[in-house]
Ligand binder design. Structure first.
Ligand code: ADP
Ligand code: ASP
Ligand code: MG
Length: 423
């Protein structure tokens, strides 16, 4: 008997028929004698719809009230799945975030799970019940509902798996695994049998939305075995225990797979894109010590993540332009905060541009292989794609480009690194 957490994303939960399909997959996993807890997302499109209501109500919305609104999507699907399981003859009940509770810390709208009280879920499973838990939601120190940031149900699932000591956390989605790049953009993307925690962490953090970044970090820290697989499967599909999806593995497990010839080592493992960042340019900032700190301190205090940063070479008058990116969702707040500090920072104008994209190539092979960045720049140049900014880490190179060129850039790079599947 195994203890398994099964997570189903928005597309898998979109409507009665799909929820019935999910209920069937869950029923089979439980019927195999396993203890099962299920974590669900809101129906596809629902969270976007709720976010839009908040924006319409108040563009500078209070994140605590935003949480009250957007957490409702998962409440609906968890109840519906419990009802559908009951209709199939299974014992099931839902457990909302505040009921367990899933305790969170830090800012509303991007809260972090501190701990989950697993007693209720364990007792429920021991009594032969399937526990259905809404992803994405928790409860803050102030007793108010919180949410974990977009895509947060993945993190809920991994956190539940860690809390109940699950043997595996299966993330069911609308693709059958992690690919070399988004298979919706590159038809020739290849499915990976396994990917290391480190690479998946980096891929997720630069936009491969198949897993939320924090879910991967948590799985790595807690040693949770995570598999990504499709919920769009026929009744005769192989059981998830046969690992038909992509396993997230440690470096050692990956080395074993490479030795056995089950995986190939590439310099670049995957390519990701992110259209959800916006560029901010502050013009004529004083070119003196402390100026940049004045810009970024208020943003940090408001939990706004700044990514790429470029400071131009100072002009004659001791002034410079500072360019950086922030998540699109935080752009309005960032702008308002910077306007507030205009006198202190001493800039002339704020220029923003949300029509940018970040394209990143990721691979542990980069640690020991030079030339990955050069290949990227050459391939983009050959297609006339202009690079506006560059950033690198040990296993990643990212460039900022015009958003309209995103798909072209991803395809060009996928080919340039030899990742295309052969026909
Ligand atoms: P869910 O609603 O199940 O959480 P998401 O939409 O959050 O699903 O994530 C799945 C999507 O991630 C896929 O439909 C695919 O378009 C996208 N994706 C981006 N990069 C990758 C990748 N490297 N491998 C697989 N899917 C990817
Ligand atoms: N429903 C939330 C979102 O769309 C959480 C999730 O699906 O993971 O971001
Ligand atoms: Mg998701």
């Amino acid at each position: 008997m195994a203890r398994i957490v099964m997570k189903f994303g928005g597309t898998s939960m979109a409507g009665t028929e799909r929820i019935r399909r999910v209920a069937n997959i869950v029923r089979k996993q439980a019927a195999g004698g396993n203890e099962v807890a299920v974590v669900v997302s809101a129906m596809a499109g629902e969270t976007d719809r709720l976010v839009n209501f908040c924006r319409e109500a108040n563009p500078l919305y209070d994140p605590a009230e935003y949480d009250v609104v957007v957490a409702s999507g998962e409440q609906v699907t968890s109840g519906l799945l419990a009802l559908t399981l009951q209709a199939l003859g299974c014992k099931a009940r839902s457990w909302l975030g505040w009921q367990l509770p899933v305790r969170t810390i830090e800012a509303h709208a991007k809260a972090r799970i501190e701990d989950i009280d697993s007693d209720a879920v364990l007792a429920s499973m021991a009594a032969g019940e399937i526990a259905v838990i809404p992803g994405f939601q928790g409860v803050g120190g102030d007793g108010r509902v919180t949410t974990l940031g977009r895509g947060g149900s993945d993190t809920s699932a991994v956190a539940v798996a860690a809390a109940i000591g699950a043997d595996r956390c299966d993330i069911y989605t609308d693709v059958d695994g992690v690919y070399t790049t988004d298979p919706r953009i590159v038809a020739k993307a290849r499915k990976l049998k396994a990917v290391t925690y480190e690479e998946m962490l980096e891929l997720a953090s630069v936009g491969a939305k198949v897993l939320q970044t924090r879910s991967v970090g948590l799985a790595m820290k807690e040693g949770v075995r995570v598999q990504v697989l499709s919920s769009f499967i026929g009744d005769d599909a192989v059981p998830a225990d046969d690992l038909p999806g992509t396993m997230i593995v440690s470096e050692e497990e990956m080395n074993d797979l490479v030795e056995k010839g089950e995986m190939e080592r590439q310099h670049v493992t995957g390519i990701a894109h992110d259209k959800n960042e916006a560029k901010v340019i502050l013009t004529r900032v004083p070119d003196k010590p402390g100026a940049v700190a004045h810009i970024f301190e208020p943003l940090a205090a408001a939990s706004i993540n700044v990514d790429m940063i470029i400071q131009n070479v100072g002009r004659d008058k001791g002034e410079t332009d500072v360019t950086f990116t922030v998540p699109m969702a935080d752009l309005a707040r960032a702008q308002a905060l910077l306007e507030d500090k205009r006198a202190e920072i001493g800039f002339n104008r704020i220029i923003t541009d949300s029509k940018i994209a970040k394209i990143s190539v990721v691979g542990v092979g980069m640690k020991s292989h030079a030339g990955v960045a050069a290949t990227m720049f050459k391939a983009l140049a050959e297609r006339g794609i202009n690079i506006q900014a560059i950033s690198t880490s040990e296993i990643k190179v990212s460039v900022m480009i015009d958003e309209d060129e995103t798909e072209l850039a991803v395809r060009v790079l996928h080919t340039a690194y030899g990742l295309d599947a052969s026909d």
